[in-house]
Design a protein. Structure first.
Length: 273
């Protein structure tokens, strides 16, 4: 659970981005944070990732107050979060496989684990055929799905998505939203920051509205499967698939299991990642 208790944030220049914000987001919930530019949405995201500290108030994630978290524990905390940005933030000189595996390398996973886990999220996001492509060779929707795969590969408890459809056309936006709904159905908490009112209306999820840093409304989800299948987005109901546990060592693979994926380097040389 994520709890914000009377959280305020004032920047050094005197601008107050959040004012006395109190909010609870339950485990496994899909929550939309909406508001105009300057409403405090981005500041809230940075507080949740500990990029910023609140001026006052308390933020508690899974019973852990963030203000009491030592600097040494912050990297481990951030690995429990997945963050997706509007501008993708992919490494342009690295392949899809390398972009996703980077998060696993930082987490200290073995080569065998990385191969298996990256193959799994590529399949989950519909990108198995793109593992050796570079970002410049992908569409905007495919790049955003790579960013989501990268956010998912460490099995985060919470996925923070900051305007993930903002740079996409309608069809690609639908694919991204379908993927986020599937992620929620598998038990991950999804916090989606957006200003797209049509998207908000179509999803039927809980909507928290900020204005000038204050909470002005908190509307619960409309509920039921009807919220997942709407004429506006033509969204199918996502199937619930229990998440697989990460393996500590590579097991013997049958032909149907995750393949060994090579990394294609520029210049024509290929080696296994």
């Amino acid at each position: 659970m994520i709890k914000l208790n009377h959280v305020s944030k004032t920047y050094p220049n005197g601008t107050t981005a959040l004012r006395d914000l109190s909010l609870e987001i339950q485990d496994g919930e899909f929550c939309l944070i909406v508001g105009r530019s300057g409403s405090g949405k981005s500041t809230l995201l940075k507080l949740l990732t500990k990029e910023l500290e609140p001026t006052s108030g308390e933020i508690v994630v899974n019973d852990t107050p963030l203000e009491s978290m030592s600097r040494r524990r912050v990297p481990n905390y951030r690995r429990r979060l997945g963050v997706v940005f509007q501008d993708f933030r992919l490494l342009q000189d690295r392949t899809v496989y390398e972009n996703i595996s980077f998060a696993q390398l930082i987490a200290g996973r073995s080569t065998a684990e990385i191969r298996e886990n990256v193959a799994e999220v590529l399949k989950r996001t519909g990108l198995s055929s793109k593992y050796n492509s570079y970002p410049s060779e992908l569409s905007g929707g495919e790049q955003q799905r790579v960013a989501i795969a990268r956010a998912l590969v460490n099995r985060p408890e919470v996925l923070l998505a900051d305007e993930p459809t903002g740079n996409l056309d309608h069809e690609n936006a639908k694919e991204v939203i379908r993927l986020l709904l599937d992620i929620e159905q598998q038990g991950t908490t999804v916090i989606l920051i957006t200003h797209d009112r049509e998207l908000v209306k179509a999803l039927g999820k809980r909507v928290v509205t900020l204005s000038h840093g204050e909470l002005v409304s908190d509307v619960p989800a409309s509920g039921g499967e009807s919220a997942l299948q709407t004429p506006e987005l033509d969204l199918p109901v996502a199937k619930t698939v229990p998440p697989r546990r990460l393996r500590s060592r590579s097991a013997h693979r049958t032909p149907h299991e995750a393949p060994v994926i090579p990394i294609q380097k520029r210049g024509g040389r290929t080696h296994e990642g």
